[in-house]
Design a protein around this ligand. Structure first.
Ligand SMILES: Cc1ncc(COP(=O)(O)O)c(C=O)c1O
Length: 393
């Protein structure tokens, strides 16, 4: 008998949480219409946005711009009128491709192989890139990496901002916090851990909310320019009728899970530790490298590369045991080229095609972790037996 599916691809998407239908049943009115239903939807949308804003330490509903994905949220920030965008080689495609396509002046900061930004090397590069005073500068960084799990140090990012403020008073910081929400406390409040952040992209489908709801958290929209043109919704920054019911669902889920982080985080950390324990002997004999930072990483995230491994084959082996894992980024699909993040982390060539990512969630059970550990050990042992020991030395 086939076992029930064990889902370990929660960095790609998460199973939506049950939201009592009565909470959103009457939110189908157009919030732009002055009729009774529209007015009700408008007010509920405002309340939902306010709840979301407050979860991130922001004061008002107007600090939340509803879009359809985190990709769109990041595009909205990046496409505005910056003289210089400072970013990293570790970004999600939503940022990376936008930077590649745009004709903007971009500085890519160096990083260590563990995925942390190399601050000592970055500071002189920033100084050099600021060729005149008061350039409009955006620092855009992925906070918790989707492929390798590394979580940047807030103090380091604040230091980068301070270095830019020396020559400009128009410096803004955008963080992609898509993978952090539901795992790492995030506050953009004055005394919060990310107090220096001006914009943050989030996506409800990454934290058991509904798909199709991206949100841009923004302290001040004055530097932002719309990507689309149409009605006056959301101050004209993002025209088009809002999805009141979906935003209300997203707010409900966020309010349900964030207060539970205190208990959820140790549980997910324990799961990750158990999976890492299975990997350790294979790390010791050179078959596997852990990608990303060994300590400063997202709590639910285990990522590694197998020497001379083939991600597609490994994922298929897990699939055949009814376990879903992935190779790194869901957005890279089945592309044959090695991941830009692994390249930026100088992962040796023999490991580049063997990337595996195992990500748990608050819905993951102890039994499922036991299963994934057993199957992982079997797959790696089999692979080890297939390659010559001399290839690993
Ligand atoms: C770190 C990160 N940023 C951005 C995105 C894009 O999110 P969305 O699917 O909402 O566009 C993802 C999704 O994989 C992600 O992991």
């Amino acid at each position: 008998m086939t076992p029930p599916l064990s889902y370990f691809d929660n960095a790609a998407t998460t199973k939506p949480m049950y939201v009592p239908p009565h909470l959103t049943a009457d939110l189908w009115g157009n919030p732009g219409s002055p009729d009774q239903l529209g007015t009700h939807s408008k007010e509920q949308l405002r309340l939902a946005k306010l709840q979301i804003a407050q979860q991130f330490g922001l004061p008002g509903a107007e600090n939340v711009i509803e879009v359809c994905s985190a990709t769109e949220a990041s595009n909205l920030v990046l496409a505005s009128n910056w003289d210089l965008i400072v970013s990293t080689g570790l970004e999600h495609e939503a940022t990376l491709r936008t930077l590649q396509k745009g004709k903007k002046n971009v500085l890519i900061l160096p990083n260590y192989s563990n995925g942390l930004i190399n601050i000592p090397e970055s500071l002189p590069l920033i100084e050099k890139a600021l060729t005149r005073d008061n350039m409009k500068i955006l620092l855009s960084v992925i906070y918790a990496n989707n492929e390798i799990g590394t979580v940047q140090t807030p103090g380091d990012l604040a230091q980068l901002k301070r270095a830019m403020l020396i020559r400009s008073n128009v410096v803004r910081v955008h963080l992609d916090i898509v993978q952090a929400v539901g795992h790492i406390p995030v506050s953009l409040a004055e005394r919060g851990n990310l107090f220096f952040v001006d914009y943050a992209s989030i996506s409800a489908h990454k934290w058991h909310g509904p798909p199709g709801v991206g949100l841009l958290l923004s302290k001040d929209h004055s530097m932002l320019q719309p990507l689309m043109f149409g009605g006056a919704q959301q101050g004209g920054l993002r025209p088009g009728a809002e999805h009141c019911a979906l935003v209300a669902q997203a707010a409900f889920v966020l309010q349900t899970i964030l207060p539970q982080l205190v208990t959820l985080v140790p549980r997910m950390q324990n799961y990750s530790r158990r999976i890492m324990t299975v990997l350790q002997p294979f790390v010791d004999n050179g078959l596997v490298i852990i990608t990303g930072h060994t300590q400063q990483r997202n709590v639910n995230h285990v990522s590694f590369c197998v020497a001379y491994g083939d991600s597609t084959q490994i994922i298929e082996q897990f699939n055949s045991c009814a376990i879903c894992v992935s190779s790194g980024s869901a957005c890279s699909g089945t592309k044959a080229t090695p991941s830009h993040v692994l390249l930026a982390c100088s992962v040796p060539a023999r490991f580049l095609r063997g990337a595996v990512r195992i990500t748990s969630s608050m819905q993951t059970s102890d039994y499922e972790v036991t299963r994934v550990c057993r199957v992982l050990r079997l797959i790696l042992t089999q692979h080890q037996n297939e390659i010559k020991p001399s290839a690993l030395s």
